[in-house]
Design a protein around this ligand. Structure first.
Ligand SMILES: C[S@@+](CC[C@H](N)C(=O)[O-])C[C@H]1O[C@@H](n2cnc3c(N)ncnc32)[C@H](O)[C@@H]1O
Length: 191
C-alpha cells in the first residue's frame, strides 16, 4: 500500500467515512485531540479538523505526508510511521479512529496494538473502528492480514461500552473499483 497506487493516492479529496461522521456527532466537546490511525488520504482527518479537533494522523504511506503539506493546518500532525512502532500517549484522545486499517496488521500485532489504542482514549473517549470477518474474500489469499469472528471482535472491545456495533456482508468494490466480497464489523464505542 504505497506510492502511485496507494490507497491514499487513489482516494484523496473525498468525503469522510459515514461512521466517523456519526462518531463525531456523539462528542460532547469538539476541541480535544483525535488520533486517526491509518489516515491514508486524510479525508477523515480533514473532517475532524473542520469539526474543531486537533489531529494526529498516523500512516506509513509517504503520500499521506504530502497530502498533509497541502492542507497546511497547524492542528494536524502527521506521524509517518507504522502504528506498531508508535507510542500512543495514554488517556490523551477524546476520539480514536481506526477505519480500514487494523485488519492489515498480522494477528499477534493486532492483539498487542489494540489495547494500547484503547489506553490512548481519555475517560469517556470514543473509539471508531472497523474489522474484517472470515467471510471477506481477502481472507482466502491474504495470510498476513487478520480476519476476526464476531465473538473475537466483541471480546477485544469488551472493556468499552458499545454505541454502534454492526456486522455487514455485501458485494462491493475495492479501492480500485474492482468487485470484492466484504465482511465488515463497524463499531463506535465509549470508554
Ligand atoms: C484501506 S486504507 C484506509 C485509509 C483511511 N482510514 C480511510 O478509511 O480512508 C489503510 C491505510 O492504512 C495504512 N496502514 C496500513 N498498515 C498500517 C500500519 N501498520 N501502520 C500505519 N498505517 C498503516 C495504509 O498505508 C493505508 O493508508
Amino acid at each position: 500500500m504505497e506510492n502511485a497506487e496507494s490507497y491514499a493516492s487513489l482516494r484523496a479529496r473525498r468525503g469522510p467515512n459515514a461512521l466517523l461522521v456519526q462518531a463525531v456527532g456523539l462528542l460532547a466537546v469538539r476541541n480535544g485531540r483525535a488520533l486517526d490511525i491509518g489516515a491514508g488520504p486524510l479525508n477523515d482527518s480533514l473532517f475532524l479538523l473542520r469539526a474543531g479537533l486537533s489531529v494526529e494522523a498516523v500512516d506509513s504511506d509517504p503520500h499521506t505526508l504530502s497530502l498533509a503539506s497541502e492542507l497546511n493546518d497547524p492542528r494536524l500532525t502527521v506521524v509517518p510511521a507504522d502504528i506498531r512502532d508508535v507510542r500512543i500517549t495514554p488517556n490523551a484522545f477524546s476520539l480514536v479512529v481506526a477505519i480500514h486499517v487494523l485488519p492489515f496488521l498480522p494477528r499477534a500485532d493486532l492483539l498487542r496494538t489494540l489495547p494500547a489504542i484503547i489506553d490512548g482514549l481519555s475517560e469517556g473517549g470514543i473509539l471508531c473502528c472497523t474489522f474484517l470477518g472470515p467471510d471477506d474474500s481477502w481472507a482466502q489469499h491474504r495470510p498476513r492480514m487478520t480476519f476476526l469472528s464476531r465473538s473475537e471482535v466483541s471480546g477485544l472491545l469488551s472493556g468499552l461500552q458499545p454505541i454502534v456495533f454492526a456486522e455487514r456482508k455485501f458485494q462491493g468494490v475495492n479501492a480500485k473499483g474492482e468487485p470484492k466480497r466484504w465482511h465488515v464489523f463497524r463499531g463506535i464505542l465509549r470508554k
